[in-house]
Design a protein around this ligand. Structure first.
Ligand code: 5GP
Ligand code: MN
Length: 343
């Protein structure tokens, strides 16, 4: 793994300056605050530094993130395939942000399969599975946004990080740490946050847009999930919430509406593992969260074609939702000893 050593950064810098004219930045499918924030933060800084750069997101992202970098909005691959193909074909470098597996490129994966454009991977997930020319991977950092800050600093273009980039990167850090409640115990995170605020990031606006921006229907959907659709398994210190496509239609679902719902059961005393299942585009998409030692990414990888971080991961299955839920329930006894813990 190539960490941020001086040598690698020098090589990247030389390569970018001598051989790279056009850059395309791609975050993971179903992009969240960190994926969008890191991408827009990097893009804006590269543009300010004189590079020709563009963000292409695999699919649409939540509207509460749309104020970030609105002047240079990302292109959405699923809505503009032809235009995205032209842009990708002209790129000399692809930056992949906030994912460790090509599957997370969504529908872009097929198009990129035969291309040989050099890849720079900037990510904080364990075990990157992507063949990258340059790999900046560190699982200790709060977010990919924090790594992007380190990256632009290391290649000498931090001076070009302005208010747009600062808002985007701080959004990534706040989103991935749940407003500094997890993965946020390193001093360097706060040094970076301090500098982002200095560069014009508006912490209040970011918090408002991320956490206090529910539509009425979204708030009612959350209430419905907690009141009617939450199952608690006290003996396994686990919780489960699920939503069918029909329920999502009833509550006028928009992308991002269920973001964060999986965290709520962890506020119940004693619950250390939470799962959220939802029917989406003909499959079941799943989010897992834990507190303490339970490795949700291993659980997700072993049973639900997924992965991610120890305490926050996801997966998917083609099983009908009822079978997927039964599978989840039937697996808990197998994990009883790991779910004991000391929280
Ligand atoms: P979320 O639950 O917010 O969708 O995803 C949480 C984390 O789990 C993401 O940051 C990502 O690391 C991981 N993740 C989510 N869905 C998948 C998936 O389908 N496959 C893999 N490998 N990781 C996922
Ligand atoms: Mn992230």
């Amino acid at each position: 793994m190539e960490r941020f050593n001086v040598d690698t950064c020098k090589r990247v810098k030389n390569w970018l300056e001598s051989e790279v004219k056009r850059i395309v930045i791609i975050p993971h499918v179903n992009p969240d605050g960190d994926a969008i924030g890191a991408s827009i933060g990097l893009n804006d800084t590269l543009l300010n530094a004189g590079f020709d750069s563009m963000v292409i997101v695999p699919n649409d992202y939540p509207s509460y993130l749309s104020w970030l970098g609105a002047e240079r909005a990302p292109l959405i691959y699923e809505q503009n395939k032809e235009q995205c193909h032209l842009i990708i074909d002209q790129a000399d470098a692809l930056f992949f942000l906030d994912f460790n597996d090509a599957k997370r490129l969504g529908k872009i994966e097929d198009y990129l399969r035969d291309k040989s454009i050099p890849i720079v991977l900037i990510d904080h997930h364990p075990d990157p599975q992507i063949e990258a020319e340059y790999l900046f991977s560190d699982t200790d950092v709060s977010s990919t946004a924090e790594l992007v800050y380190d990256f632009v600093e290391a290649i000498g273009i931090l001076g070009h990080l302005g208010p747009i980039g600062a808002n985007a990167l701080l959004t990534g850090i706040i989103a991935d740490t749940g407003s500094f409640s997890h993965n946020a115990s390193r001093h360097s995170t706060y040094r970076i946050v301090g500098d982002l605020i200095n560069k014009g990031a508006d912490k209040e606006r970011i918090n408002e847009s991320l956490f206090n921006n529910f539509s009425e229907k979204r708030m009612r959907l959350l209430g419905y999930c907690l009141a009617e659709k939450m199952e608690i398994f006290p003996q396994y210190r686990s919780a489960l919430i699920w939503l069918t496509a029909k329920e999502l239609t009833k509550f006028d679902f928009h992308p991002g509406d269920t973001e964060g719902f999986v965290n709520f059961p962890l506020s119940i005393k004693g619950v250390v593992f939470s799962a959220f299942f939802m029917e989406k585009n003909g499959i079941v998409k799943i989010s897992f969260r834990s507190k303490g030692g339970f490795a949700t990414n291993e659980f997700s990888g072993a049973h639900f074609n997924g992965g991610g971080h120890k305490n926050a991961s996801g997966g998917e299955t083609k099983l009908p939702i009822n079978e997927a839920l039964d599978l989840f329930r039937s697996l808990l006894p197998e994990y009883a000893s790991q779910l004991k813990g000391d929280l």
